[in-house]
Write a protein of this length. Structure first.
Length: 87
């Protein structure tokens, strides 16, 4: 009798998104613009998952909001940094 080896439960869309986003995450010393783009992309991806994956809507909405919050924080830092250069 042949045994089938499984590697765990099937990967969900949200888990696939997490993995993809980890793979494209900027380095710690990346520019604020790179981080802003990353968080905006992340939020859009999680928003899309919330629309198409009814079993993970609330989780995807949480992650989308979290990424939007990060993006807003980065944008505020960019604005502050820009003002500092003008003085």
């Amino acid at each position: 009798m042949e045994k089938t080896v499984t590697s765990g439960p099937p990967r969900t869309l949200i888990m696939q998104a997490h993995e993809e986003l980890v793979s494209i995450r900027p380095n710690g010393d990346a520019s604020l613009q790179a981080w802003l783009s990353y968080y905006q992309h992340s939020a859009a991806l999680y928003d899309r998952i919330a629309e198409i994956d009814p079993g993970h809507t609330l989780e995807a909405q949480y992650w989308a909001q979290r990424e939007r919050d990060h993006a807003r924080g980065i944008a505020a830092r960019m604005l502050t940094a820009g003002r500092g250069r003008r003085k």
